[in-house]
Design a binder for this molecule. Structure first.
Ligand SMILES: Cc1cc2nc3c(=O)[nH]c(=O)nc-3n(C[C@H](O)[C@H](O)[C@H](O)COP(=O)(O)O)c2cc1C
Length: 393
């Protein structure tokens, strides 16, 4: 469903994204949507005629569309459309189709921040959530007209991921969760421009952040690397070294309910770092002395708040299962996630991952090779389950 907001043009990007992912797309446009983008463009990108009229030559366009779809997404969803849906209007083809459908409905709001914050809009969105509709978060940033705030349409790649997550099973309600994630490999400087690092891409950490934010959590990411996707509605703290990551994680952990320590923190750093660029001239051998870095996970565990859930990660190159058991016991985390990074299919930088998830209450899950977003979703499900078992006090 495409409704009449300035972000309507981004629906074209989403349709293309969904067709690339192998989905069939049929579009319905409201009358106002046609003021923003041409029906012909939508038809060309989706490869199907666009439906707009409830009273068309088709005998019953709304029930036909409603029963055809496995999932309905409203992109963008205007304040007006949200109000109509919340009140059960069957005012046009789009609203009537949604009312007639049994399929899950995802709603991606896009409007000026004041319109989004307006009590009526908030009331309507809460009603839709209560009715079982899935309301995706709006993004923050520059809005049409020049203001900056919350209300931008979520990036189409995120909406595509939300659709895939929902098609893979029921979503979680993380709207009362504050989730902290660390991502990427730390960079340990030995002069003003060079560092010792590792190959971690941060993809698994970013996928956890995305999945949590898509399901309503307030998310902060402490990362050494940029997100592979546009950042989306998460707060990002950029760091480089283990020391910087430690400071940021300790500070951010004060407000976190769940902590995913997915970053690949270097065990060692150069003992000294020159404050200028080292010169090559005449140097044939350079010795780097390495010293141990702080144990960030250990510090978070030592300072954990009551009922705060801490998830540790172990990247291993052999004997994964026994290392997971050993680290679960010694690190005193609630969940330990082990992955074998020796395989190119699952190692650093790969798009897929294969993990073992072990928790302190004896739960063990071995997942098959999955896209990192699906691994993230399973980690969030496990976190939800384990957090319910955490003792009070
Ligand atoms: C230039 C312009 C931009 C607009 N952008 C938005 C928008 O981003 N979000 C929104 O909720 N409404 C926006 N509106 C208002 C809607 O177009 C209006 O409420 C319309 O009735 C929505 O119809 P629909 O919900 O049936 O598509 C905009 C209006 C204009 C004239």
């Amino acid at each position: 469903m495409i409704t009449g907001g300035v972000a309507a043009f981004k629906a074209l990007e989403l349709i293309r994204e969904l067709t690339v992912r192998g989905m069939q797309v049929r579009a319905v446009m409201t009358e106002a949507a046609e003021r923003f983008i041409a029906r012909q463009s939508v038809a060309a990108v989706s490869g199907s005629p666009v439906a707009t009229d409830l009273f068309s030559p088709d005998p019953s366009p709304h029930t036909e569309l409603a029963s055809w779809a496995d999932l309905i997404v409203v992109v963008p969803a205007t304040a007006d459309f949200i109000a109509k849906l919340a009140n059960g209007f069957a005012a046009d083809l789009a609203t009537t189709t949604i009312l007639a459908a049994a399929a899950p409905v995802l709603i991606a709001p896009a409007m000026h921040s004041n319109m989004l914050a307006a009590p009526a809009t908030q009331r309507n969105l809460a009603t839709l959530v209560k009715d079982g509709r899935i309301v995706l978060p709006a993004d923050f940033g520059r809005l049409a007209g020049g203001d900056v705030g919350l209300g931008r349409l979520l990036d189409p790649s995120w909406i595509g991921d939300a659709i895939e997550l929902r098609l893979g099973g029921a979503l979680l309600d993380l709207s009362d969760r504050r989730v902290l994630v660390s991502a990427g490999g730390t960079r340990e400087a030995y002069d003003a421009v060079r560092y010792v690092g590792n190959r971690s891409s941060g993809r698994q950490g970013w996928a956890i952040a995305e999945a949590a934010a898509l399901q309503g959590a307030e998310v902060a990411v402490v990362s050494t690397v940029d997100s592979p996707l546009p950042e989306g509605p998460v707060r990002v703290v950029r760091v480089e070294s283990a020391f910087e990551m430690e400071a940021a994680m300790v500070e951010e952990s004060a407000a976190a309910d769940w902590i995913f320590m997915a970053a690949a923190v270097a065990d060692f750093r150069p003992a000294e770092a020159a404050d200028r660029k080292l010169k090559r001239d005449g140097v044939e051998r350079l010795r780097l002395e390495l010293v141990a870095n702080p144990d960030i996970l250990g510090r978070l565990v030592a300072g954990r708040r009551e009922r705060q859930l801490i998830v540790g990660f172990a990247a291993e190159t052999g004997s994964l299962a026994s290392e997971v058991e050993r680290k679960l016991a010694t690190k005193r985390v609630d969940i330990l996630v082990g992955n074998d990074i020796s395989s190119p299919a699952t190692g650093f930088g790969a798009l897929h991952n294969q993990v073992i998830i072990a928790d302190r209450f004896g739960g063990r899950v071995e997942l098959p090779l999955l896209p990192k977003l699906d691994v993230a979703q399973e980690l969030l499900r496990q976190a939800e389950r384990v957090s319910r078992q955490l003792p009070q006090g």
